[in-house]
Design a protein around this ligand. Structure first.
Ligand SMILES: [Zn+2]
Length: 372
């Protein structure tokens, strides 16, 4: 099932996950049963809709900050348990990560201030929203109170200093201003795990099953982030020429797709440089090849389907940066071209995994090039 696009803001699609209506149903049911009337069911649906408007604004805060730093934002997806802004990548510059992470909760604080001013200016009464619900059911004052309280809760909860919450990123960014990125992540992740354990224990002894679930979510989130960053970090300081594959099969612009497929099947190579002599003129990845085979047939020339504008990497490029580029562009391989324009080979995810495995078991087998 596809998610439903409801709005586009600054090029960012805001979408509802197919399971999203479940939360509205749940809200109607919960509030309806608690209040004992249709009016309270309607109140529940309105209240939860308002909460998701807050969540969307929060995610837009992250998104606009990301766009400010040139990070593309694909979409914001709303699911029953919250919203996610899908950023192309999280910048490693601490100040940028800090601003992007804090921008979400900052939006909630701004809304809180505005609502506070409305309370002060128009004399709106803030009551305990659950109390308001139990006596009156549907009322604007109760809805206002509900949004007011939840909005502050949303900001504070997201600022918990634990991955994958915004507070975890804020903490890591602050630490990374002084420390190495991997070290900063390790410390932030350890604090997150500690917090999760305390939260879990508290939840267990007080019967808060929801709190225990959140604790598990935070604990695994922190571990994942630390693992991922450490994994990426192992590549730093190694260069492309230490890991790439120089002897690869090449296609010419006038090879046809059948020849490409035969090569793929016989060699196991899945990404092909297209060369004229020693000059790289294009690149064909496996998904491109498969797609072209289906839509155009096996006798098509490679130059009809190859990617011409692929930016090659230098043999001196840092593998860590190359890895980031692969992740960002969602590809498995890139061509390697020397400074004087000669095609040298390709660098693949497989190459990098091999190098990572090698230096994990035998750290001294390959010298690191100290980067500036
Ligand atoms: Zn956030």
């Amino acid at each position: 099932m596809n998610s439903l696009k409801i709005l586009t803001v600054r090029g960012i699609d805001i979408r509802l996950h197919p399971t999203f209506p479940l939360i509205l149903l749940w809200a109607g049911l919960q509030f309806g049963l608690a209040g004992g009337s249709w009016a309270s069911a309607v109140f529940g649906v309105l209240a939860v809709t308002a909460l998701f408007v807050l969540v969307t604004l929060h995610e837009l805060g992250h998104s606009f900050a990301a766009q400010h730093y040139g990070v593309p934002v694909k979409q914001i997806v709303l699911t029953p348990i919250g919203g996610v802004a899908q950023l192309d990548h999280i910048p490693e510059k601490p100040i940028q990560e800090f601003v992007i992470a804090i921008a979400g909760p900052a939006v909630n604080f701004m809304i809180a201030i505005m609502m506070g001013m409305a309370v002060w200016g128009f004399g709106i009464e803030i009551s305990n929203p659950l109390f308001a619900l139990s006596i009156g059911g549907l009322s604007w004052a109760a809805l206002f109170s509900y949004v007011f309280v939840y909005n502050i809760f949303l900001a504070l909860f997201n600022l918990l200093p634990a991955f994958p919450m915004d507070g975890g990123r804020v903490l890591r960014a602050l630490l990374a201003m002084r420390l190495d990125y991997v070290r900063a992540t390790d410390i932030a992740a350890a604090i997150g795990r500690g917090l999760a354990v305390l939260m879990g224990i508290y939840g267990l002894f007080n019967g808060g099953i929801f709190l225990v679930l959140i604790a598990v979510f935070i604990f695994t989130g922190a571990a994942q982030e630390a693992h991922m960053v450490r994994l990426r970090g192992t590549l730093r300081g190694y260069r492309v020429h230490q890991a790439f594959s120089p002897s690869v099969y090449r296609l010419t612009p006038y090879s046809n797709l059948q020849q490409a497929v035969n090569l793929m099947l016989s060699s196991g190579q899945s990404n092909f440089p297209v060369c004229q002599g020693d000059e790289l003129v294009g690149f064909v990845s496996q998904p491109q090849l498969m797609m072209a085979l289906r839509t155009r047939g096996p006798h098509t020339w490679v130059n009809m389907i190859m990617q011409r504008n692929v930016q090659p990497v230098s043999p001196l490029a840092d593998l860590y940066e190359v890895q980031q580029r692969l992740d960002r562009e969602g590809v498995d391989a890139l061509p390697v071209v020397s400074g004087d324009g000669r095609f040298l080979g390709i660098i693949t995810r497989q190459n990098m995994n091999d190098l990572r495995r090698l230096v994990t078991v035998a750290p001294n087998s390959l010298p690191k090039v100290q980067s500036a």
